[in-house]
Write a protein of this length. Structure first.
Length: 206
């Protein structure tokens, strides 16, 4: 293929590649991120794209969406890109949440998703949960000094114990302890003086 042919072929592909990066033809971008225990949704409408009213939709399963907020009036501009921000103050914590926009007659955008991690008191989480081989235990605080991480089966039998330090997470590989298979696993991280740092529960599937 000649150099000239390659350039023409690339130009023919460009509109499709660029369009596939958009969440909607009227949108320049759509993002979601965590901030101060909330989820912030930001998007920018391209110049020349307008609609009347924008709905912010949320779902826990990417199937059933509910409108959690709206921005009234004319959205977008015929002349310049316009950016918007919406704060979900009642976000779905410690689970995946899907967000998309309803742009009036322009239809709906594709979704973005985020897991907003909010750890209360000594609570910790495991990601993924349930899991089959690996899961990452995320503690409620960074363990600076050395602590003992103890994992029990739901029947109270100790599966493993290890020391952790200078980290806020631990990767658990169940194959190393498969002979002690338990469906429900309880983990406790405590300092040498007995003070509990984090506790949690996760599900192991065969």
């Amino acid at each position: 293929m000649t150099k000239r042919s390659i350039i023409i072929y690339s130009l023919l592909l460009l509109p499709f590649v660029t369009f596939s990066q958009f969440y909607h033809p009227a949108l320049r971008d759509l993002t979601a991120f965590s901030l101060d225990r909330n989820v912030v949704i930001r998007w920018t409408m391209n110049a020349g794209s307008t609609c009347f009213g924008t709905g912010i939709l949320r779902s826990s399963d990417n199937v059933n969406f509910t409108e959690i907020g709206s921005i009234g009036g004319v959205c977008g501009s015929t002349e310049v890109p316009v950016s918007y921000t919406f704060v979900d103050s009642f976000s779905l914590n410690n689970q995946k949440a899907y967000y998309k926009l309803s742009l009036g007659l322009l239809g709906e955008s594709l979704h973005v998703f985020i897991t907003n991690i909010v750890l209360e008191n000594n609570m910790a989480i495991a990601k993924p949960n349930p899991f089959s081989r690996y899961t990452t235990i995320q503690f409620s605080e960074t363990i600076v000094d050395e602590a003992n991480l103890i994992i029990y089966g739901i029947d109270g039998r100790k599966i493993m114990e290890t020391k952790v330090s200078n980290t806020n997470e631990y990767i658990y590989d169940h194959l190393a302890y498969f002979y002690n298979y338990n469906n429900h696993i309880i983990f406790i991280a405590r300092r040498p003086d007995g003070q509990i740092i984090s506790t949690g529960l996760f599900v192991q599937v065969q």
